[in-house]
Design a protein around this ligand. Structure first.
Ligand code: FES
Length: 153
């Protein structure tokens, strides 16, 4: 049976549901205070048996292999869940078949959990700008107060 690292490696080799979702109903973005990695998750809902459920989920990440592997698993696992059911899922739940998150990797799963929660509860979103491409946001980020001063003799 594969260990956690092997499963992460396999999920990383072909991550699923990666990329922006143009017609998403909800978007959530978080950054990890632990490592500075970022994740964005898009959700599309549909009506099934009179309930509003997640039809599709996708993600973009500037994160480690574990975060990407968990997001890949999570986006599949979320299909068919109501928003309330999705809210109940912990980082460990979202890791699904990858297995138990090692202590050093718990925050990687929490990055996925955070992006999901942020998408489900936009009222808790501090960034109210429309959210499209994570890479676009990073490239358009303003310089953070670095001033280059030429040296003169
Ligand atoms: Fe940053 Fe995994 S090390 S999310």
């Amino acid at each position: 049976m594969d260990d956690f690292e092997t499963k992460v490696g396999k999920a990383m080799a072909a991550p699923e549901n990666q990329g922006e979702m143009a017609d998403a109903d909800a978007v959530g973005t978080v950054g990890s205070p632990e490592c500075g990695d970022m994740m964005r998750m898009w959700l599309k809902f549909t009506e099934k048996d009179g309930k509003k459920v997640i039809d599709r989920a996708s993600f973009q990440a500037f994160g480690c292999q574990t975060a990407i592997a968990v997001a890949s698993v999570a986006t599949k696992l979320l299909q068919g869940k109501t928003a309330e059911e999705a809210r109940q899922l912990s980082a460990q739940d979202l890791a699904g078949d990858l297995g138990s998150l090692p202590p050093m990797k718990i925050h990687c799963g929490q990055l996925v959990e955070g992006a999901l929660r942020n998408a489900l509860d936009p009222s808790e979103t501090t960034d109210t700008k429309p959210q499209n491409s994570l890479i676009g946001d990073i490239h358009s980020a303003k310089p953070q107060g670095i001033r280059i001063v030429p040296l003169t003799d």
